[in-house]
Design a protein around this ligand. Sequence first.
Ligand SMILES: Nc1nc2c(c(=O)[nH]1)N[C@H]1C(S)=C(S)[C@@H](COP(=O)(O)OP(=O)(O)OC[C@H]3O[C@@H](n4cnc5c(=O)[nH]c(N)nc54)[C@H](O)[C@@H]3O)O[C@H]1N2
Ligand SMILES: Nc1nc2c(c(=O)[nH]1)N[C@H]1C(S)=C(S)[C@@H](COP(=O)(O)OP(=O)(O)OC[C@H]3O[C@@H](n4cnc5c(=O)[nH]c(N)nc54)[C@H](O)[C@@H]3O)O[C@H]1N2
Ligand SMILES: [Mo]
Length: 749
Amino acid sequence: MPAHEERAKKAAAGPQGVWAATKLALQQMGGARALKALHAVNQPDGFDCPSCAWPDPAKRHHAEFCENGAKAVAWEATRDTVGAEFFAQHPISNLQQQSGHWLESQGRLSQPVYRAAHDTHYRPIEWSAAFDIVAQRIAALDDPNEAVFYTSGRASNEAAFLYQLMARSLGTNNLPDCSNMCHESSGVALTQTIGVGKGTVSLEDIRDHADLIVIMGQNPGTNHPRMLTSLEALKKRGGRIVAINPLPEAGLMRFKNPQRPSGVVGGGTALSDVYLPVRVNGDLALLLEVNRRLVQRGAVDHSFIEAFTDGFQAAAQHWSSVDPVAVSGLTGLTSEQIEQFVDEVAGADRVIVCWAMGLTQHRNSVATIREVVNLLLLGGNIGRPGAGACPVRGHSNVQGDRTMGIYEKPTEAFLTRLDEAMGITSSRAPGLDVVDTITAMQRGRVGVFMTLGGNFASATPDTEATEIALGQVGLTVHVSTKLNRSHAVPGVESLILPSLGRSDTDVQAGARQFVTVEDSMSVVHRSQGSLRPPGEDVLSEPVIVAEIAHRLLAGNPIDWLGAAADYDRIRNHIESAIDGFDGFNARVREPNGFVLANPPRDVREFPTASGRARFTINQMDGVAVPEGYLLLQTMRSHDQFNTTVYGLDDRYRGVQGTRDVVFVHPDDLAAQNLRDGQRLDVVSVSSDGERRMRGVVAVAYPTPQGCAAAYFPEANVLIPLHSTALESNTPTSKSVVVRLEAAPVGRLS
Ligand SMILES: Nc1nc2c(c(=O)[nH]1)N[C@H]1C(S)=C(S)[C@@H](COP(=O)(O)OP(=O)(O)OC[C@H]3O[C@@H](n4cnc5c(=O)[nH]c(N)nc54)[C@H](O)[C@@H]3O)O[C@H]1N2
Ligand SMILES: Nc1nc2c(c(=O)[nH]1)N[C@H]1C(S)=C(S)[C@@H](COP(=O)(O)OP(=O)(O)OC[C@H]3O[C@@H](n4cnc5c(=O)[nH]c(N)nc54)[C@H](O)[C@@H]3O)O[C@H]1N2
Ligand SMILES: [Mo]
């Protein structure tokens, strides 16, 4: 094993990335299909990459995708299929023994299957019988709120719109989604402060205009690799980057652009000018201190503050009382390091802050993101070119799904318009989010649980408790492309309904259909698959939803089947029911789609109660970590998409052949007489007891002392269900208090 300083790679992308992706594409798809698929990704007439939500440039490169996007496409477009024979050979008890990687590796789901109560197997079922079961079981519930409809962020706008319309027509707002575990804290904080829960920048702002990009709690080299191209462009014109992350991630340090020969052979472009190895959850303290110093220096835009904001005086007062000793304890940074950050902000006219899960999955996440907004407001950095807030979204259509109404707490304005347009009467009672859904399952209050994509069992916290909870549900219904852990822990009855993916050709009533998606920067555009689907028996998501709704909601004014036969009709409904979609069908046929309005970004209008952007007062706090314990974050490797594990290597962090690792500072290992490479148990402690992850290999790594890191989803066994962020109820996946225990000698783990 190399010493920890050498373990992490110093630059992202480059030729190894191209090779890793090509190999997987050829294995899964074969030559011709691979070529066809990769040629169509992110092209105006092709399909939207099913990986991340980073936007496409207006002028597309002939290969507008990255290593990890190519992996995601290859994974979906595999020629292997899972059908009747597979389910006959593998009882559910056998599926439970398999890893998530194995389950997904079996191929694309190719026919609907049903597990009857107490049956040992899933067995093939006709589509119409499957739809009848779902409709009958929902109709038999005492209360529509005993049905829950989960969505993962890959669902198209069209599928998502119909799905929420079905739930609301039924009378429930039980529409939890992956956002509840992802950028919920960003949405809450941005809505409170600037009145709109979305980011305020465009790709051009980053590439062409910004002077400084601050990247907090985000690992773009792995999770948004195409962002590196924009960062490279920023650097080339003299822009600067500050990276704030407990780990020196390769993609924050250097970038070798694989789309240019110099990137393949040369040393690449240096990215971060300042790198601050903040302690896990130290960002709120850091931002409070930075804002204190900015005000003290007078590096603020008084005319903006005067014209567009309120609450500045009170916030300034609050910053003046920030305690530098507490800051140093919580951040692990020296005063000089923090001063470098302040110098960068003070010296830049146009500042953008990008962030992702490193900020959103802590108890104090909403406060932290409000403090990001404070920093931006101080410099007048909202609503002008090259400046703004950039929550970098995860799933490729997670933002669009929210726009379509996948939200358990819809606003009155949203429901009023929806009801009027669609002739329904939606419930005004808030629905269940992800964590509340699991609690309701535990109490036996969920009769039917349907999922539109995703892997609820593995993505959620407290794996053991969640799996038991899923078993309490009367009927689980999973609309999925691939087999995953959620299918192995069924409700009393269970259905797996195979759906088309992004890359598949979708023909309805003899005509080829396209769907639409919204990227991280509010651009709505088309996505049209072009590959042969995995079988005749695989239906599109809009069709599956419409068939169920049609059976369930007989007296309802909506022509469900008609809408699913021609997606233009769904888009017409969207136009009539959702703000910002006038002329939807025409505008989305433009090559690059269209950008949704965003008043703070476009015209510096802030739809808050006061009509002004709000400075907020956020109390400095942190997680109490007892002596001998560490604060563990859970994160993604370079070889996965969320719960989908492509392989067991994490090239950039120098880990090979395993995911059961815990990254720890060498001095923390030494202090506990533990060694690099040793097998350990990681034990989390919380008010309701201990949770244990067994047989994990210690990796000495440059993370700040007192901190640790492990991979999601494996480490979800450690996260208590009740540990969530204030105001957003997001599981605290990046703040888990743990201790390390040497594994007993001789134990098989
Ligand atoms: N290839 C690939 N692409 C993806 C995904 C994938 O799994 N694979 N997932 C998609 C989804 S749904 C999402 S939400 C995004 C996720 O994108 P990211 O947010 O980049 O994902 P994580 O791996 O969770 O990484 C979080 C980063 O935050 C850092 N971090 C952890 N704790 C803290 C902290 O307290 N403070 C700070 N400043 N940093 C911290 C970690 O070291 C890590 O670099 O990516 C999307 N894109
Ligand atoms: N500990 C910890 N937990 C976390 C996180 C973390 O950082 N740490 N991150 C959280 C975040 S940010 C997120 S977004 C969630 C992710 O939660 P989810 O979105 O629920 O999980 P995914 O792993 O993205 O879902 C993968 C499954 O989706 C299905 N699928 C893929 N494509 C399609 C499609 O086109 N249609 C349909 N119908 N199904 C499809 C496949 O069956 C695949 O197995 O996890 C969260 N959980
Ligand atoms: Mo996410």
